[in-house]
Design a protein around this ligand. Structure first.
Ligand SMILES: C[S@@+](CC[C@H](N)C(=O)[O-])C[C@H]1O[C@@H](n2cnc3c(N)ncnc32)[C@H](O)[C@@H]1O
Length: 195
């Protein structure tokens, strides 16, 4: 997924062309985020144009959304989609997270831009901003067990997916009970709750 994808005007068209299963991934992220009894505050990591956030707000319409993304251009499109209320912050996932606390932290197709150490570090920081009964939902491109299933085009040094097994292990190290709730070739969704 090259940086050229981060043109907000062509974002969806390009994702549909390059990520077979993009819509299903978003749908499954929503399913993994559903069913929490109380959701007042949610944090979206890599909000982009707001595709994932819009779906999550559909589940929890009264929730206060905070979104983080490194691209002011993508966030401007997100603002147009999500309206004036959400706090949309231009920042890197490597930066300190907004303190929250949050009932739900979610992320789609953004965390794979971090290397393995960066993901481990992020998972620990996510654990630190979640309320005790909260959930972290991660939907992303992964390194599949069968190399033939690696169908999403990747840009070296920009896309850095890891295996599902490694990410479940790193979530466990960060204090989560984590499971993969869905996968399709090199896409996967994880749901994680604090132990
Ligand atoms: C593929 S888009 C995903 C947007 C949305 N979640 C979705 O699924 O449609 C990835 C987003 O992550 C952002 N991003 C990439 N690397 C990032 C980083 N290190 N810190 C913060 N945002 C980052 C990009 O600017 C882009 O908006």
């Amino acid at each position: 997924m090259g940086q050229f994808h981060f043109d907000p005007d062509r974002y969806l068209e390009l994702m549909h062309a390059d990520v077979p299963g993009y819509d299903e991934l978003q749908e499954q992220a929503g399913r993994a985020a559903a069913g929490l009894p109380v959701v007042e505050d949610v944090l979206d990591l890599g909000t982009g144009t707001g595709e994932t956030a819009e779906r999550i707000l559909g589940l929890y319409p009264r929730a206060r959304l905070t979104g983080v993304d490194v691209s002011p251009y993508m966030l401007a499109a997100g603002r147009a989609k999500l309206g004036a209320e959400p706090a949309l912050i231009v920042a890197r996932l490597e930066d300190p997270l907004p303190p929250g606390p949050y009932d739900l932290v979610f992320s789609a197709l953004a965390v794979h831009h971090l290397d393995g150490e960066g993901k481990r570090d992020l998972f620990g920081r996510v654990a630190g901003v979640l309320r005790p009964a909260g959930r972290f939902v991660l939907a992303d491109v992964v390194v599949p067990e069968d190399p033939a299933e690696a169908v999403v085009p990747l840009t070296p040094d920009f896309d850095r997916p890891d295996s599902a097994a490694d990410q479940v292990a790193w979530l466990g190290e960060a204090g989560f009970d984590a499971r993969m709730t869905w996968s399709l070739r090199d896409l996967a969704v994880f749901a994680a709750e604090l132990r």
